[in-house]
Design a protein around this ligand. Structure first.
Ligand code: SAH
Ligand code: SF4
Ligand code: F3S
Length: 461
């Protein structure tokens, strides 16, 4: 399917300009994954294109937009809490427009809840409406107090060349695909983000070139399952081919990508990472759990043995490679034995980083109707055991790097007063003393020790 190209909506921008005495200000806050953060950057770009200024404080704003995440109940509750807290601001400032968009807005039940219980929310639109935002706002402004609460729009075309205001001047998100077709039984993403669609390689390359030309050093390719990139495109291409294509571009940059689904992670991908120095030697390979029985129940389509095989292959092919993972603790029916199998796997792989979540029931998913007899208290206990083990593993791995010198990308100030914080190719963070002018640049750093999972070091010459 041909993509649509974004066009500036002059009529809507004109209507917005006529409505406000001076250029209005927008506050946009994104929750959730990097895809959503990237959407938030596009929302800001589209708003700027329609004449809005952007601000960092909701109190100053004429428009407040929450770009939401629905992946766990806790994420949704946080959003409802933060939206609720705006009630008094809206009272003081009746002209304020409060909007909710993103993944939560894709769920009819959420839209209904907003309609019923949050009368001060004026605008709701889903993940497919970013480019139409100026038009929606013009409509809202013309309609006075009328609320615009949209049912999620079914739309499958990709919109290219959407204006964007990136949060960083040296690290950029680059989505290569949207949606997800995997339907892991616990996960809401395929329901809220729709079917998987890949961007055309030419469009990815054009954006990539623009980023390199603008001086971006770290470019992270995004997709819910980057390893299935290319399905449905006219041009036969897979994710490894795309990586090869991008790495040919001259410039001073490096590449990361996420998320790599283990079921489709191939040896070809590993070989591609091994061949290309520009690709970081870190693979985020979410395993979710270490029990084959639970993996089947989760609909993950791989076994622990297959997963370990891939990890082994990568370790041999890519010197110094590190792994990180997502783990769900307390999936419905997870037994003590299943959980111990997870601990066992975590120990075997030796992850540098783990993102751990207690299972959260998502209405509409298959797992939501599975019996879930284990108490929350027991799940929390399992989580604590996992975290303790991971902490020990990561601290050991980090400490083992002391004495080495590597090039890092300086990301900002460190937690320790007067230090800078840099990221290694393997995704670890090092803190060291140095001039603030280094932020956004590469610097060679010698690692002298560690503090927990953070390396400490000094600038090398
Ligand atoms: N597409 C990515 C992950 C996207 S969601 C992948 O397949 O790996 C990010 C993480 O949130 C998942 O890896 C999973 O660990 C966690 N997650 C998703 N749904 C969840 C749920 N219902 N409860 C708890 N954790 C969940
Ligand atoms: Fe969710 Fe699975 Fe898709 Fe990841 S691959 S987004 S966990 S359904
Ligand atoms: Fe959340 Fe939507 Fe991402 S549900 S994790 S923001 S795709």
């Amino acid at each position: 399917m041909e993509p649509i190209h974004f066009e500036h909506n002059r009529a809507a921008a004109g209507a917005i300009a006529r409505y406000y005495e001076s250029p209005p200000l927008a506050y946009v806050h994104s929750y959730g994954c990097q895809q959503n953060v990237n959407d938030g950057e596009k929302i800001k770009g589209v708003l700027a294109d329609a004449g809005f200024g952007l601000c960092d404080a909701p109190q100053q704003a004429d428009l407040i937009l929450f770009n939401t995440c629905a992946v766990r109940e806790h994420a949704e509750q946080r959003v409802f809490g933060n939206v609720g807290a705006l009630k008094s601001l809206k009272k003081q400032k009746p002209g304020l427009i409060i909007g909710l968009c993103g993944c939560m807005a894709q769920q009819p039940a959420v839209v209904e809840k907003i309609r019923q219980s949050y009368p001060f929310v004026d605008l709701v639109f889903g993940v497919n409406g970013i480019d139409t935002l100026p038009q929606l706002l013009a409509e809202k402004l013309a309609g006075g107090n009328k609320r615009l609460l949209q049912a999620p729009a079914e739309r499958t075309e990709i919109v290219e060349q959407v204006p964007i205001r990136r949060d960083s001047r040296f690290r950029a998100w680059l989505p290569i695909m949207y949606g997800c077709d995997n339907f892991c039984t616990y996960c809401i993403v395929p329901y809220v983000r729709g079917r998987e669609r890949s961007r055309r390689p030419a469009d990815v390359l054009a954006e990539f070139r623009g980023l390199v030309a603008a001086g971006y050093k770290e470019i992270t390719l995004l997709g819910q399952n980057v390893n299935s990139y290319g399905k449905g495109l006219e041009q036969p291409i897979d994710f490894s081919d795309l990586l090869e294509l991008l790495c040919k571009e001259p410039g001073d940059y490096h590449l990361r990508f996420m998320t790599s689904h283990p079921k489709d992670a191939s040896r070809k991908l590993i070989d591609t990472i091994a061949r290309n120095e520009r690709i970081c030697s870190h693979i985020h390979l979410p395993v979710q759990c270490g029990s084959d029985r639970v993996l089947r129940e989760m609909n993950r389509h791989y076994t622990v043995a297959q997963y370990l095989d891939l990890v082994e292959y990568a370790r041999t092919a890519i010197p110094g490679v590190t792994f990180s993972s997502d783990i769900i603790v307390g999936f419905p029916g997870e037994t003590e034995e299943d959980f111990e199998a997870t601990l066992d796997l975590v120990r075997k792989v030796g992850y540098m980083q783990l993102f751990t979540f207690i299972y959260s029931k998502r209405t509409g998913t298959r797992a939501a109707s599975m019996p879930d007899p284990v108490t929350h208290k027991e799940k929390a206990r399992r989580m604590a055991r996992l975290l303790a083990m991971q902490d020990e593993i990561a601290c050991g791995l980090v400490a083992g790097l002391a004495g080495k010198t590597q090039r890092v990308l300086v990301e900002g100030h460190g937690r320790q007063e007067g230090t800078l914080s840099g990221r290694l190719s393997n995704n670890l963070v090092v803190e060291f003393a140095g001039p603030a002018a280094l932020v956004g640049e590469y610097a060679p750093v010698h690692f002298t020790g560690s503090r927990g999972t953070i390396l400490t070091g000094e600038l090398a010459q």
